[in-house]
Design a protein around this ligand. Sequence first.
Ligand code: ADP
Length: 196
Amino acid sequence: MTRLLIIGPPGSGKGTQAVHIARHFKVPAVSTGEIFRTNVSAETPLGQEAAQYLDDGAFVPDHLTNALVRERLRDSDVRPGFLLDGYPRTAPQVMELDNMLASLGHRLDAVVELRAPDSELEQRMIQRAKEQGRKDDTVDVFRRRLELYHRETHEVVSVYAGRGMVVSVDGSGEPGAITERAIAAVEKFLAAGVAP
Ligand code: ADP
């Protein structure tokens, strides 16, 4: 069965790609961002704790995020496989995930890294902010998230690259073409056992 991670900067279309890639591999997509947003809307205790971090474009503290993923990975639907979207995002979270998977007797098969130039990400973000009529400060929040991505999440990619598990995918262009590219690259990697 297939256990995948997807990593990509804000605005890379990571969430959309996660859903399509997960469908192809017949595994559930588990998005930490989406779980946080659902909790914020439902005003659960977790949502109340996480809300400010989401609004600021900051990371939710590790103790909350790790506990959430630990619990989610115990569910029966993810036993045969999963695609984790948005976790791990920091080096300590990589170690946490290593421990969680080890205690479940599982291992990851591949890490999909979506790549796109910052200029394109920012253009998409501005477009989306306009279309959705959000406040101007959305662009500031976006820049903060992008900066955080470069500062923290690149390290996550480096760790997995050191393990020879990263499948890098060009994330520019049409969403459908990106999905096809990503699926083909992962299939090739899984068949060969080496990053293309
Ligand atoms: P994006 O991919 O656009 O950055 P996500 O939906 O993955 O958005 O995440 C939205 C927000 O949820 C993040 O900005 C952060 O506040 C929080 N979040 C999601 N995953 C994590 C994580 N692994 N660690 C800390 N915070 C997280």
